[in-house]
Design a binder for this molecule. Structure first.
Ligand SMILES: [Zn+2]
Ligand SMILES: [Zn+2]
Ligand SMILES: [Zn+2]
Length: 364
């Protein structure tokens, strides 16, 4: 088992989805990946030609929802001008030999996270982030209610060109799909299988493991064994209700997952006061990433209980979470061809580095 200082060269299986694996290889000359170029962040608060900036509301479709503070909006939800799925489609399927397809039915919306064009997530207040997560919840609920054909609402954010963001103004997106995405399907499936075997949630087990990691060490000289306790090896941030963990089988060097400490399947069920606590953990985590990476380009996405498919069966086995995946390198042919992710920073060392960042300047 790797400790945080020595070289690591291990193929690690994802504890939830064992069909996913990652090669953790910190050996310098084995690095098969190309470093992503850091992009300078656009820190302007207002940009004349930006369609998401205050004053340019006429450049976007009409707002679906608007959250206001005093005389201006702070969060705005609009339809995506270039939707990848359309509500005008019929939702029909066709089969032709080996070719099967479902009509591209769905919704694609943009959440303009903040009126300030270039503000970073960790620069937003906890109150604002709490409102943003609450806006996600409200819109997800409305979408599920609006059409029973929608099976999953994926909330995600691309930030920075390396993460696929085409408009620099801070925004997240919501895509309502007629299918359950494969990643979520796999997590739901494997966590249910784990639950059938062990009678508890695999994510809860991972949290317990992260909080109290024990290993048995044998002394070569005396042959004696001792229990060693490494507490918090994988913990990046923790609050009353949430924990930010560096996954043991992290696909990306600086990947972090945030989960509720107590079992909860559906993000929509999180009460308001808990959302504020979530905002705090999320903001600190993003500040740590920003400090370590010197400006992070990243994707984050919410994995939560899918609706409209005998969801009751999975309430005890599935556990919602937010996955944050900073983009620091470009996948190589080896990764694309093998499906094996390559991570060149040991998750143990990364967690330590993230944890050791001093956050005093953030408080208040
Ligand atoms: Zn803007
Ligand atoms: Zn759980
Ligand atoms: Zn997930």
């Amino acid at each position: 088992m790797a400790t945080d200082e020595r070289e690591v060269r291990e193929i690690r299986l994802d504890p939830v989805v064992p069909t996913e694996s990652v090669l953790v290889s910190t050996v310098r000359n084995l690095r098969p990946r190309k470093k992503e170029q850091p992009a300078p962040r656009d820190t302007r608060s207002q940009v004349k030609e930006c369609p998401f900036c205050a004053g340019n509301e006429s450049m976007t479709p009409q707002a679906i929802a608007e959250y206001r503070e005093q005389d201006h909006w702070t969060i705005r939800i609009v339809e995506n001008l270039y939707p990848v799925l359309s509500s005008a489609a019929q939702g029909t399927t066709f089969n032709e030999g080996l070719r099967q397809a479902i009509d591209g039915y769905g919704r694609h919306e943009v959440i303009i996270d903040h009126h300030n064009h270039g503000i970073a997530i960790h620069e937003m207040t906890e109150q604002h982030l709490g409102r943003l997560f609450s806006a996600y919840q409200t819109r997800m609920t409305e979408l599920y209610r609006s059409d029973p054909r929608l099976r999953y609402v994926l909330v995600f954010k691309n930030f920075g060109p390396a993460a696929g963001a085409s408009i620099p103004h801070t925004h997240s997106q919501m895509i309502a799909l007629p299918v359950i995405p494969e990643n979520v399907q796999a997590e739901v499936h494997f966590s249910a299988a784990y639950h059938r075997q062990h009678h508890h949630c695999v994510y809860c087990a991972l949290i317990n493991d992260a909080l109290s990691f024990t290993a048995t060490v044998y002394d070569r000289e005396t042959g004696e064994s001792q229990r060693q306790l490494h507490v918090d090896t994988y913990v990046v941030e923790k609050s009353e209700h949430f924990i930010a963990i560096k996954p043991f089988a992290s696909r990306f060097e600086w990947e972090i997952h945030i989960l509720p400490l107590n079992h909860q399947a559906d993000f929509i069920d999180v009460p308001q006061e808990m959302l504020l606590d979530f905002a705090g953990v999320f903001r600190n985590t993003m500040a740590r990433l920003d400090a370590v990476l010197g400006g992070a380009q990243y994707n984050y996405f919410l994995h939560t209980l899918p609706h409209n498919f005998s969801e009751q069966n999975y309430r005890h086995s599935y556990h919602w979470h937010l996955e944050i995946c900073p983009r620091t390198s470009i996948p190589s042919g080896f990764e694309l061809g093998s499906g094996l992710h390559v991570n060149t920073v040991s998750p143990e060392a990364a967690a330590k580095q993230l944890r050791e960042i001093q956050l005093q300047t953030l408080t208040g």
